[in-house]
Design a protein around this ligand. Structure first.
Ligand code: MN
Length: 166
């Protein structure tokens, strides 16, 4: 099963990097407001540059002056399943080209169906991330507030920034 990872990244602007393993790299979107388990919430996801698979484990401090300078925690991690593969024999690459991705996430925090679709507004980089209505959906909830810690170290982004350990 391919990997997904979400890194909370306190750079110039706080955002969540949503990454999916596709053909040996991490396809990436920056989600300023982060993901939600509430199907009513559509979150802007700005398509950004691919990252190497090795980056999936990274948390720590990126030094001033370097790309992405700031603190990073691994907010969620797990595997995903490409729903369109089963339904329409569409690979992830083909799904991305078509502007619609349907996946099932098996993370520690995010679970069940999610869709990512290109908005067609504000350039090709703008997508929306949304929870599918399914039995795992949690309307009205805020998983970001309920579970702010790293799934690797248990640290919050504030603790990471302050250099505190648990
Ligand atoms: Mn980032």
């Amino acid at each position: 099963m391919p990997l997904f990872v979400i890194q909370k990244h306190d750079a110039r602007n706080l955002h969540y990097d949503f990454r999916l393993e596709v053909d040996g790299v991490l396809k990436s979107w920056a989600v300023p407001k982060g993901p939600s388990m509430d199907p009513a919430e559509k979150r802007l996801a700005v398509y950004t540059e691919d990252h190497a698979m090795a980056h999936a484990d990274f948390e720590g401090i990126i030094a001033e002056g370097e790309y992405g300078a700031g603190s990073v925690i691994v907010w969620d991690r797990g595997t995903y399943d490409n729903v369109r593969e089963e339904k329409e024999n569409k690979s992830m690459a083909a799904s991305m080209d078509s502007g619609k991705i349907e996946i099932q996430l098996e993370g520690k925090k995010l679970r069940g169906g999610f869709v990512l679709f290109r908005t067609g507004k504000g350039g090709a980089k703008n997508w929306l991330l949304k929870k599918v209505k399914d039995p795992l959906a949690r309307p009205g909830s805020s998983i970001l507030e309920e579970a702010p810690q790293s799934v690797i170290s248990g640290r919050t982004i504030e603790e990471m920034r302050g250099g505190e350990s648990r």
